[in-house]
Design a protein around this ligand. Sequence first.
Ligand code: KIV
Length: 272
Amino acid sequence: MSVAKKEVKRVTTHVLQAMKLNGEKISMLTAYDYSSARILDEAGIDVLLVGDSASNVMAGHETTLPITLDQMIYHASSVIRGIKRCLVVVDLPFGSYQGNSRKALASAIRIMKESGAHTVKMEGGSEIADSISRVLSAGIPVMGHLGLTPQSIYKFGTYTVRAKEKEEAEKLIKDAQLLEELGCYAIVLEKIPAKLAQKVAKKVRIPVIGIGAGPHVDGQVLVTHDLLGITKDFNPRFLRRYLDLFSEIKGAVEQYITDVKNVDFPNDQEQY
Ligand code: KIV
């Protein structure tokens, strides 16, 4: 008797939309490599973001600006090989879409073709509407990103909470509505007041996923290295650390070094 293979029900943009309608929260984390993607997908994460935060946590840069399209494609294709169920969204990196919609489309097509990812994410509102529209016109789903948009850090000057003032809050609401009208399937809101995020999540029909945007949105995203405590010096109020992996890994490696030095490793069973 043959055993039927259990079909995995994949997360799609339509599934996320249904989750918003049903009031089921969306879980999203970042991933940049095969092995982590495999663990996160098996754990049941809904969305994996191949974030340009790879520039910080994988490459050690101070900002997200230096990472290239080729590097994003490398990370994304590694993640895609590790997953079976979740939706994979990839950041278009700085310089690959702003101010040039044809370039935006070419960049998004490269990501989709060369990595096998499912969707892309772009930072900004009305300023990048042309680029978003052109990418969408090719049938590539786009996730928007408003509030603190790290690719604009030199315009903001600091990583502090955005849209605390009325004018910026009003523009953010208009931008969220514009992203919905253009056809984005979801929006990330980063580091804005919880009340404003709640207002946006109520005003738009597409899912709103928050990072530092309070609980009254349709889902949450964190950088996996922060949640696992691999990063050490980044401690914003919104971050909950679930592990202290930095110390755990360091302790294990210290033990390994001791065992090697004392010829405790390998032992009689650990050899041929
Ligand atoms: O690059 C990233 O990790 C992100 C998240 C912070 C949303 O854009």
